[in-house]
Design a binder for this molecule. Structure first.
Ligand code: SAM
Length: 372
């Protein structure tokens, strides 16, 4: 599967692009009605018509991954995006600098695919870390290969890390990821802590009948080592489109399983726009997080905007429309034109991801090609 921007929602992208570039489109026969940008005012920020402001940019650095998690990617992988379609390091840094300097983005999270597979990642981190005001820089990774490079990333300016770990059992790890690499992930966690990245966060997805019984063990493991564990509800973003609401392990079930072993109390006010609902464990100060994107969506507080590795803006993981920044970038567009396109796209951000809507359709791109 390849992802040519021209195949996606050409009318929508055309109008947004036209508005951002100031190209009059009125009078084009059959053209769609342009988005109404009145009411956006002249705010320089990424605001939408539902009162939210984008502050957190998720940057996907590649659609490739070295694991094949069953809930994300098929065993044989996907048709990777051609190298020429991906933003170069210079293009990427330029887009991020527009986001920071002109749009008020304060946090950059590098993700993928597997971001550690991106050659030149330390250089990208260093260049983004040199922007002023300096954004907070974090990485979401499966950790493979991180242990021997941890200091490279910290020296480059990485502030925080999330490492994905769904199980502590090597056989279950292989069953979920189709690779026998659990020791690499455990070594990555050790190395991240030793390199001074705090807090080290763990992302875990539970699958019914596979690793859902491990929730308490995962929490005990995290508590013993001072890591912050967050469970993520499985979302309909798998390449095989086999997700089912009936099969997914809900936040309620996770809390129920944990509550048999730990005393959990909601941590009031700790969410502050973050996707995880936090619970104090056994009176605190340690916490566990639940990201209940499906059963307790937090769209009303969403402050995220996304850039795919091939230069498309998405306002939501579940967007079915994207806006092509790469075309402007490679067509000689100015920084302000890029910023205007991003603002116009954000103004049209939908109020919610709509998973509960009967008309909900899973996005064409799987999680690995969007950037989780
Ligand atoms: N490869 C990196 C990693 O494993 O962390 C970064 C990308 S991965 C898409 C980011 C996170 O998304 C991981 O924690 C992964 O477990 C999670 N993820 C992937 N597919 C998911 C799905 N369908 N539902 C919920 N989380 C998912």
């Amino acid at each position: 599967m390849t992802h040519s921007p021209s195949r996606r929602c050409p009318g929508y992208i055309g109008w947004v692009t036209a508005i951002a570039l100031g190209i009059p489109r009125v009078g084009v026969s059959g053209a769609p009605v342009p988005p109404d940008l009145s009411g956006r005012g002249d705010s320089p920020y990424l605001i939408d018509r539902h009162g939210r402001r984008g502050r957190d940019l998720r940057v996907s650095l590649t659609d490739r991954c070295n694991l094949r998690c069953t809930y994300c990617m098929p065993a044989e992988g996907l048709d990777w995006q051609p190298a020429d379609d991906l933003l170069s390091d210079d293009e990427l840094v330029r887009v991020i600098s527009v986001a920071v300097h002109r749009l008020g983005i304060q946090e950059i999270r590098f993700t993928g695919g597997e971001p550690l597979l991106r050659k030149g990642l330390p250089g990208i981190i260093a260049r983004v870390g040199a922007l002023r005001p300096r954004p907070d820089l974090s990485l979401t990774t499966n950790g493979i290969g991180f242990a021997r490079r941890a200091h490279e990333f910290v020296d480059a300016g990485l502030d925080r890390i999330n490492i994905s770990l769904d199980t502590l059992d090597p056989d279950t790890f292989e069953r979920i990821t189709r690779r026998r690499r659990l020791p690499d992930v455990l070594a990555a966690l050790d190395a991240a802590a030793a390199a001074g990245l705090t807090p080290v966060k763990i992302n875990a997805v539970l699958l019914r009948g596979v690793n859902d019984h491990e929730a308490p063990d995962l929490l005990r493991f995290a508590l013993d080592r001072g890591y912050q564990l967050r469970f993520i509800e499985q979302m309909p973003l798998d390449a095989g489109h086999v997700w089912s609401r009936d099969r997914m392990v809900t936040a309620y079930e996770i809390l129920d399983r944990l509550s048999a072993h730990f005393e959990l109390t909601p941590d009031p006010g700790a969410r502050l726009g973050a996707p995880a609902e936090l619970f104090r464990v056994d009176g605190g100060p340690s916490t566990v997080g639940i990201i209940a994107s499906v059963t307790r969506p937090f769209c009303g507080d969403c402050d995220r905007t996304r850039l795919t590795a091939d230069g498309q803006i998405r306002t939501c993981l579940f967007s079915r429309a994207e806006t092509d920044l790469r075309a402007i970038l490679r067509g000689g567009g100015t920084d302000e034109q890029i910023a205007r396109l991003w603002r116009a796209t954000t103004w049209g951000k939908l109020p919610g991801h709509g998973i509960d809507d009967p008309t909900f359709l899973q996005p064409d791109r799987p999680m690995s090609a969007i950037g989780g």
